[in-house]
Each structure stands twice: as C-alpha cells, then as structure tokens.
Design a protein around this ligand. Sequence first.
Ligand SMILES: [Zn+2]
Length: 239
Amino acid sequence: MIYIRRIPLPAPLADELAMLTGVLAAQASVKARDLWGRARLPRRGIRDVLNRMAPGHQRCMYCGDSEGTSVDHWEPISRNRLRTFDWLNHLLACSYCNSSQKGSRFPVDASGNPLLIDPSAEDPFDHLALSLSLGEYRPRTDKGTSTISVLGLNRAVLVLGRQQARTVAAQALRAWYAAYRVGDGLEQQRHIATVRMQPLADVHQAMLRYALAPGAEHVFAGETDLLAILRNPDLRVLL
Ligand SMILES: [Zn+2]
C-alpha cells in the first residue's frame, strides 16, 4: 500500500456528485446504494480519474497487486450514506480486496476514529513497515494492525509477489545504472518503466525509503552496489 495523490475532479462531475449528495440528504427514503447503482455516468467519470491516480497499470489502491476493477467506498455506504458520492471517499480496488476482504468492515477505536488506512489521506508507511526480505507487512500502529487484517495484506499471494517484485526491482535498477553510466537514455527509460509499472509498487517505494533510513546497510547487506543506486539522486527523482 502506498500513498495515492488525489487529483481534482472535472468541475461538472464534482457538481453532479454534490447534487446527488443533496438528493440523499434531502430524502431519507432514497436508498444510497440504489442511487449509486443508477448513477452510471458519474461512476464512470470517477473511475476514469481513479485510473489516472492508481499505481502502475491501474492497480488496486489497497493491495497494489491486482487490476482495480471497481470504485470502493473507503467508509462503507452502509455506515455513512452521505459519503456515497463524496470524492474523498472513493478509491480504486480489486474485486478480492473489495468483496472478499474489506466488504463493509470499517473498524474504529474507542473514540470512534477509523482504524483503516486511507492511502489518499495519509502515508501508509506511517502505520506499516514492509519486510523486504519476507515480503510481509508489520504494524507500526493499531491502525496498521487493523488494516493488515481487514485488507488481508499478508495473504500468501501478496507475500510471494512482493518477494518476486523485490528481485525484479533490483535487477531493473542495476540495469538502469549500467545504462546511466554510459548515458543511454532510452535504456534508462525502459528500466525505470519496468520498476514503475510492475505490480506491488510498495516494494520499490519501501526500497527507496529504507535506503535513506538508519540501518540501511543492514537491510541491503551484501548489496552495497544496490544501496548506492537507490541513493542516487538522479534515480530518486524518476521514481
Ligand atoms: Zn486489491
């Protein structure tokens, strides 16, 4: 899970969402899920913008692995119908994260504060640490613990995928550096695209962070060449 920079909606779409929220606010008898289901054009507009925000090839904003196939309501409609058409409540999710994992679960603490990371509102790395060698998340906070559970972030397919993604990223970064040293721009672009567009972008983002963090020499033990590449300012601006 990585931070997702939210971009503004086109003004006509934002106006339409405000109008639909107004309908829900004014008419308690209107079922929010039905209205959402009927709002085909606004849904498509939301989806288009989410696709542009998503990592890689329109990947799920929760797991980062699978194709994002639907607009998820971070705070479920069943909990807060007035956020059905709230742009700040919309994320792109894969069917597994949306239906099989999250569903309508929305844990809160004793004070009512959400215990689920919103990757468009906060940096997931504040709550989650990724073990690059194991491919597993470990919680830094209660919100991290709860998020790992609700979204199944340590399910086997993701753990194995992250191990693979780390290998691919290391290979591509070393290939990038070889092209960088001889000034081959096209080859550099090709390898950067490999890193940027592969699933599980959380892996290369964690590598970039850990390279500058205390203990980096331990995390990248035996890979001092890779550590130097990850610290290269010319690389870091590209990722
Ligand atoms: Zn997912």
